[in-house]
Design a protein around this ligand. Structure first.
Ligand code: FAD
Ligand code: FES
Length: 274
């Protein structure tokens, strides 16, 4: 029987700086067998740790069709992430997982509205990269709304050109400098723009990840578009320890964010009534 607490060693294959506080790590299991057995759904997370520095949850952010490696993107905020940012290619990290419930198993016949605020783009990148590898049905649209404070905070900048081959990308910055020629303001301002929003609401699924304040206002917009609660999926963030529904740290009433989420649909969240 699999021991859910048993970490497995992964080796850092590449590190890419995204912003002054965020790095993208490309990881591969030390043991071939572990690499072969690793499969995740976009939206799921792993617990990553370093001996003596603890462990923390990180969203998987690469395509789930990639059998050779997987990626996490880490923002430096405290003890563990500070140490992770000092690691080099070839160093080891211990990981457990994947855990939780992700976004839907993505098929290519859904119109998707992806809405990411700040580092909320990280789990959505797994959706994007998976669709990129899977191929997109031409009759279906994918729109990405991405909001950040300023240009320097944007993640995955060198990937936008590739993404724009199969999705409509709309970026909005809250406080850009004078060189920025794009949209300025909060992410909700993007709702006036794209074609998808003329599509029938029952044909749209919305995936959201960002700060709680963003959810409040974006949900209002999605409701105005008459997208049903069961087609609005949100990734929640809670402090976690075990990651597997045992320690109670992430409990919201009868649900555990680690095990029953982190992705919930809006109807489920309303039932949790926190
Ligand atoms: C499901 C899930 C997925 C996540 N995915 C990512 C990811 O892809 N990339 C990433 O960089 N981070 C992610 N996080 C957050 C990450 O796990 C925390 O930032 C982690 O605690 C950092 O560890 P640390 O030891 O460096 O900092 P800590 O010492 O644990 O914390 C440093 C500071 O961050 C605050 N903090 C820590 N965790 C949280 C939290 N959950 N909510 C609010 N404030 C918090 C603390 O209060 C403190 O001020 C995720 C969290 C969850 C629950
Ligand atoms: S983190 Fe332990 S129950 Fe969710």
């Amino acid at each position: 029987m699999k021991n859910f607490y048993q970490p497995q060693a992964v080796i850092i294959k590449n590190i890419k700086i995204q912003t002054k506080d965020v790095k993208l790590f490309t990881l591969r299991f030390k043991k071939e067998k572990d690499q072969k057995n690793f499969f995740f759904v976009p939206g799921q997370f792993i617990e990553a740790g370093l001996f003596g520095f603890g462990e923390a949850p990180f969203a998987l952010c690469s395509s789930n069709l990639n059998e050779n490696f997987f990626q996490i993107c880490v923002r430096r905020v405290g003890q563990l992430t500070e140490k992770m940012h000092k690691l080099k290619i070839g160093d080891e990290i211990q990981i457990r997982g994947p855990y939780g419930q992700g976004f839907l198993e993505i098929n290519n016949s859904t119109n998707l509205l992806l809405i990411g605020g700040g580092i909320g783009l990280i789990p959505l990148r797994a959706v994007i990269q998976t669709i990129k590898d899977k191929g997109q049905n031409k009759n279906n649209k994918i729109i990405l709304f991405y909001g950040a404070k300023n240009y320097n905070e944007l993640l995955f900048k060198d990937e936008y050109k590739e993404w724009e081959k199969f999705l409509d990308l709309h970026i909005i910055l809250e406080k850009p400098n004078s060189k920025w020629k794009g949209s300025i303001g909060l992410i909700t301002a993007l709702f006036n723009e794209p074609e998808l929003l003329k599509t029938k609401s029952y044909q749209i699924k919305a995936f959201l990840c960002g700060p709680p304040i963003m959810y409040k206002f974006v949900i209002q917009k999605l409701k105005e578009l008459k997208i049903s609660d069961k087609n609005i999926f949100l990734s929640l963030e809670r402090r976690m320890h075990c990651g597997v529904g045992i320690c109670q740290h992430c409990a919201i009433n009868s649900k555990y964010v680690c095990k029953d989420g982190p992705v919930f649909n809006l109807a489920e969240i309303q039932e949790m009534s926190f």
